[in-house]
Design a protein around this ligand. Structure first.
Ligand code: MRU
Length: 350
C-alpha cells in the first residue's frame, strides 16, 4: 500500500487529514482538521508546512469553510468564505502558495449560482489542486534529474520533499527521480536550525526511501564545499519574485558559498510559487517566536531576556541561481527572458 499523502481531503467525514510534521521523526501520526480555526492553528504551528503543501492546505481550508457553513443565503455564505480566506492567509505571510491555493478555490466558489453548487465546486477544486501537485512534482523531477551527473553528492537545505507537497517533492523529487533513473546520488542534508526540518524531515523521508543521506550542521556546508565534497546544491522555494528566491533561512548563505566555490546552485519550484508582479522589497519575511531559538523543549538555550531575531526565510538574489527547475522546464539566466514562459502559466500574476 502506498504511503498516505501528506495532506488529503477525507470525503466521508468532510475534513482534512494530514501528517503532523512537528512529531516527526519520533512519531508518525495523522491528524484531522474539522474547522478552519483548527487548520489555521496547524499551519501556524508548522504541523503542515512547505510551500506546495500550504497551497493544498489553503485550498482545502476554503473547501472546509464551505462544507461546514450552515448559511443558506449565497451572499452571506460568500462573506463567510472571505473571512475564512483572510484568517488562513494571515497565518504565514512568505510562502505565496498558501494565498495562491486559497484564492484559486475562493475565485471558483464566487462564481457559483447557489450555496449547494458552491460547496461542490469548493471540494472539487481543492482536490484538483492536490492532484495537480503530484503531477507537477513528477514532471519537475523528470526535468530536474537530467541535471544530475551519473554519480554525485547533493547538498539540500530544509525540507522540499514529499512532506512539503502532496507527495514526491520538488528538490527531493528531483533526487528521487535521479535515483529512479539509476543515478548514484548521495545527499547531504543540512539540519536547518532552528526547527530542524532538515534533520527531522528530510533525513526521515530519504532514509525511509533508502536514499543515501548524511546529516550535517548548517555551519559545516561551506567547509564541505571547500573540501570538494559537494557537487551541486538543490533547494526548494517559498516564493520567487522578479529578482530573488525566498526559501528557508540559511539558503542565501549556501548560495553565496556555492558561488564562491563554483558549485551549481539550483532551485526547484512549481509555477505556483512564482510571484513575478513583485520584487524582494515587497515581501514580508515571517519572523517567528523567540522560544524557537531560546529553548529546546523545556531546556533553556539562551538567557532570559536576551534579544532574539528569528527570521524564518531569506532571499537569494537571482544572480546566484544557476537554474530554476519547474514543471514546465528548466529556466536559466537571463531570467528576465526565461520568466516569460512562466508568465504564461497560472500562478504568475499575483
Ligand atoms: O517553514 P517551512 O518549513 O514551511 O519552510 C519550508 C521551506 O522553506 C521549503 O524549502 C520550501 O517551502 C519549499 S517546499 C517544496
Amino acid at each position: 500500500m502506498p504511503d498516505p499523502y501528506t495532506i488529503a481531503w477525507d470525503a466521508e467525514t468532510e475534513s482534512i487529514v494530514y501528517i503532523d510534521q512537528t512529531l516527526l521523526p519520533g512519531r508518525y501520526e495523522q491528524m484531522r482538521c474539522t474547522t478552519v480555526e483548527d487548520l489555521a492553528r496547524a499551519i501556524r504551528r508548522l504541523e503542515v508546512r512547505g510551500a506546495p503543501a500550504l497551497g493544498i492546505a489553503g485550498a482545502m481550508g476554503v473547501a472546509l469553510a464551505a462544507v461546514r457553513s450552515t448559511e443558506t443565503d449565497l451572499g452571506r455564505f460568500l462573506g463567510e468564505i472571505r473571512r475564512a480566506a483572510d484568517l488562513l492567509k494571515s497565518t504565514r505571510p512568505t510562502a505565496v502558495n498558501l494565498a495562491w491555493g486559497i484564492d484559486r478555490v475562493a475565485r471558483k466558489v464566487a462564481m457559483a449560482a447557489s450555496v449547494a453548487e458552491a460547496k461542490a465546486i469548493a471540494v472539487a477544486e481543492a482536490n484538483a489542486v492536490a492532484e495537480e501537485d503530484e503531477l507537477t512534482c513528477r514532471r519537475l523531477g523528470a526535468f530536474g534529474e537530467e541535471l544530475f551527473p551519473a554519480e554525485c553528492t547533493v547538498l539540500t537545505h530544509c525540507n522540499a520533499g514529499a512532506l512539503a507537497c502532496r507527495c514526491w517533492g520538488t528538490a527531493l523529487g528531483m533526487i528521487r527521480s535521479a535515483v529512479a533513473a539509476g543515478k548514484n546520488v548521495r545527499v547531504i542534508a543540512c539540519e536547518t536550525r532552528p526547527l530542524n526540518q532538515g534533520s527531522r524531515l528530510t533525513c526521515w523521508e530519504l532514509a525511509r526511501d533508502k536514499i543515501d543521506v548524511t546529516l550535517i550542521p548548517d555551519s559545516s556546508a561551506a567547509y564541505l564545499m571547500r573540501k570538494g565534497k559537494i557537487d551541486l546544491v538543490i533547494v526548494g522555494a517559498d516564493r520567487i519574485t522578479r529578482d530573488a528566491v525566498f526559501n528557508k533561512i540559511g539558503t542565501y548563505m549556501h548560495a553565496v558559498s556555492a558561488h564562491h566555490h563554483g558549485i551549481p546552485f539550483y532551485v526547484a519550484a512549481p509555477v505556483s510559487t512564482f510571484d513575478l508582479a513583485r520584487t524582494e522589497k515587497d515581501i514580508t519575511v515571517e519572523e517567528r517566536d523567540r522560544a524557537e531559538l531560546a529553548y529546546c523543549g523545556e531546556r533553556m538555550l539562551a538567557p532570559d531576556g536576551v534579544n532574539v531575531l528569528n527570521y524564518a526565510f531569506d532571499a537569494t538574489p537571482l544572480d546566484l541561481v544557476d537554474a530554476i527547475i519547474t514543471e514546465i522546464g528548466v529556466l536559466r539566466p537571463p531570467y528576465a527572458e526565461s520568466f516569460r514562459l512562466v508568465g504564461k502559466g497560472e500562478g504568475a500574476q499575483r
